[in-house]
Design a protein around this ligand. Structure first.
Ligand SMILES: O=C(O)[C@H](O)[C@@H](O)[C@H](O)[C@H](O)COP(=O)(O)O
Length: 241
């Protein structure tokens, strides 16, 4: 099942996605679950994270029963501003208390050179966790997480997490969940903003198999949050719903 939600602006998209995320986590928790949420990096995702705190306050969401994972990471030192987890946690910290035992940033490159070994460590930590919601941004080239078209990161894998080298989006050394892990998620939510994403979004929604975004789908649901600039090339009837 798929849903497309279009918004006039990036801020409206971020507000709606943050609201929907809180609602979904509350729903999971009401069913006795710990919500398993996989986060992505990127500008529109950070706008969503910046909004979560205000929404969580006064909601029935229990931050202690929320487990945070990352879908990808730039393999840089912990204090490098490029780190996705650093950006996310700076936005979430102080907004609501996260359980450190349930907050799983990917390994940083502090004193370590081998991103594949770090990916294997994260895979062990992840175990057989299935994400309830896997958030994904969308690259202009159709990449999601750090899985890039026409790149080894997009090849079929028996792993859940891999090291990514020579990524076309800098920094080039990364860690990423694999497409298999993304597709094992219950729901995949895309966050897509800006005219420069219009072609990639059209290809992704048409199910273009050469694009990681064309095959990144949830087992139960795929939700697209797009602003009208990103959705400008969508002919709703071409969508591979
Ligand atoms: O590490 C990363 O760079 C992200 O995980 C990446 O997959 C991002 O989500 C997309 O490139 C979209 O980024 P924007 O939303 O900033 O365009």
């Amino acid at each position: 099942m798929s849903e497309l939600h279009r918004f006039g602006t990036a801020d409206e998209l971020a507000d709606a996605a943050a609201r929907a995320l809180v609602a979904r986590i509350v729903e999971l928790q009401a069913g006795g679950r710990v919500g398993q949420l996989c986060l992505t990096g990127g500008r529109i995702a950070n706008r969503v994270y910046a909004r979560l705190g205000r929404l969580v306050e006064g909601s029935p969401l229990d931050p202690g029963r929320l487990e945070l994972w990352w879908g990808d990471e730039r393999f840089v030192p912990t204090d490098d501003p490029e780190r996705n987890a650093g950006q996310t946690l700076a936005l979430l910290a102080g907004q609501f208390p996260l359980d450190p035992a349930r907050t799983h940033p990917m390994p940083s490159a502090d004193g370590v050179a081998d991103n594949a070994a770090s990916a294997a460590t994260y895979a062990k930590e992840l175990g057989d966790t299935r994400f309830d919601v896997c958030l994904l941004g969308l690259g202009e080239d159709g990449h999601v997480a750090s899985i890039f078209p026409d790149h080894p990161s997009f090849e079929p894998s028996t792993h859940t997490v891999i090291g990514v080298n020579d990524a076309p989006k800098l920094p080039g050394t990364r860690i990423s969940v694999t497409m298999e892990t993304i597709r094992n998620s219950s729901e995949v939510w895309f966050l897509v903003s800006g005219p420069e994403k219009a072609a990639a979004l059209a290809g992704a929604m048409a199910g273009d198999p050469t694009l990681p975004a064309g095959v990144a789908r949830g087992r139960d649901k795929t939700v697209w949050f797009a602003d009208v600039a990103a959705a400008s090339r969508l002919d709703i009837y071409d969508c591979a719903f």
